[in-house]
Design a protein. Sequence first.
Length: 371
Amino acid sequence: MKRLSVMRLALGYAGMFFGAGFVSGQEIRQFFVVYGIAGLFGLVLSALLFFAVGVLFFETAQQSPEQTVGELLVPGYHPLLSGAVDLAEDVLLFGVVVIMTAGAGAMVQQVTGWSAAAAGFVFAVVLFAASLKNMRSVMMVFSVLAPCLTVCAVAVAVFVLLRYGGAAGTAGAAVGEAAAETAAGAAETSGSPLLKGPWSSAVLYAVYNLFGSFSIMLAMLPLLPDRKKTAEGMALGSLFLLIPAECVAASMLAVPGSMAEEVPTAYLAGLISPWFRNIYSVLMLSGMASAALGCLVGFLEQLKLWRGSGGFPYRRISFAVCILAWALSLAGFGSLVGFIYPLFGYIGIPCVAYLLIKGFTLFRQRDNIQK
């Protein structure tokens, strides 16, 4: 099987985290921007965690590729506890599919006026068809999306900061004033009682994203290059995450009015021109699709492991999961981003902490053997 190049691995790793919350700007607003300038440094901490945990997860998983995510993240032999971790990740993966389907329906309705339910159903059918492809196809979607979103985010940031970053304008106040205002009102404007400050938010942001992606990363093992190139891919992928996130955050600080919008990045893109906003809306829809596809494939891979050596009706199960996700998505987007994601961040913290210790130990042991 052909291995991924460093660039393809980096783009794929970054792309799997470009979901509705990220590309819409809601996650970045709730987890970082509400803390002003401190939130920009929080993003750096998150990027470092994406790199370190990614490298050490692959280091650990390659030692025992037959294990489930729960077995990798729980010390010792504790089938019930490992099963509980697997179940928690499965719930999160399926929840993301539901949320992305709801977000896609809402986005299409906002742009075109179509019924959100009908748009969500089409989204679910397309998702089912895409899930029948192999993991390399999923990585292809991720790797194409990442550079497009990065370029658009940088373009928006350059335009917004040049036009609105130096002085108050029609869109809002300067960066410094906005930072002070948002930092002072962080507790009231974060939208989540589970987020307590820039550093804890940064950790929770990285942990829940990673916790929900471990099964996808487990499926990537046969595609990984050698150890050094994998680490390089993780570093580059984390940078591809950091750059657009910092651009979006800085743009929102420069234009505080954008933070009152349901989709802040679409508002910011609209400051350039309506056609640019439409292009960015298509990319946001693609981001939702990529996140949903990655989580669906990860969820199905987990189910296969739970099933054991028996046959797995992949096509039928995938179709049932997509239709169920669509049905549940009719409940609407709501405040799920501000509650479900931080909640799973807290659940994942002990698992990720153990992974860091275990992975670092294995990393050192392999270095000693090679010396």
